[in-house]
Design a protein around this ligand. Sequence first.
Ligand code: SF4
Ligand code: F3S
Length: 263
Amino acid sequence: FASGSAPPVIWLQGAVCTGCSISLLNSAAPAIDDILLNTISLKYHPNLMTAAGELAVTTLTGAAEAGAGEFILCVEGGIPTSIDGRYSIIGERDGEPWTMLDAVMELGCKAKYVVAVGTCASFGGVVKPSEYTGVRRLAEVLQGSTKNPVINLPACPVNPIVLVGTLVRLLTSGVPPLDAWSRPTEYYGTSVHHICPRLTTPMVQQIGVFGCYEHVGCKGPHTSFTCPNLKWNNGVNWCIDKTNSLCIGCSSPNFPSTPFYGK
Ligand code: SF4
Ligand code: F3S
């Protein structure tokens, strides 16, 4: 990965579908190769690195020690806490399982910045309802032990523009203004509804046709995110426009506890 002088980033995965990592790879401006080669020094990423086993664990701990106080810790997914965190094991240290829970607690207080990537890390998301694994959100696990507030970047998956934009913001000017849920107000300061181009169109009674979906359960009025402005797929479309579906509230703290369709 990028030159040694680039700011170190360590990316950990707990209970995940890996969708947020895929979303990172979809970054278009800047493209992912530009990010990895010229912007950050990604020291550890379970999917993107070639190292495995002992080498991977050694690289991870070495990167944290070498960059102590300066690295950015990105956490994707919820953090299982049941049975001492053994539902999510990163590797072994001293012949013992090294869990995601251990790693987050150890590295979280050393990092300069900590970023919860996606809704599962931010709020528990789709993995939280499991009573067996005892998934907790990142800020709950770290409980104020970090140098700076944990920055939540919810959405399922994270929007690559929001992720890369926040990383660049951290590297250039530090922690951005945050809302009550510790989300950057630049991206989460308005509701989807407020800036939706369907706001003044006729209410319709079914999705798939042009119009406003408020009467068929659109969560846009209760969801803070800037999807209509940023869009997805390199600015091509988003959930409502050019897709003709509704907002299911994927960046909300209670996602997915409400039905996707209907009230
Ligand atoms: Fe609001 Fe949804 Fe209607 Fe858009 S489609 S105006 S987000 S209720
Ligand atoms: Fe999520 Fe709603 Fe945007 S479902 S991607 S916040 S339009």
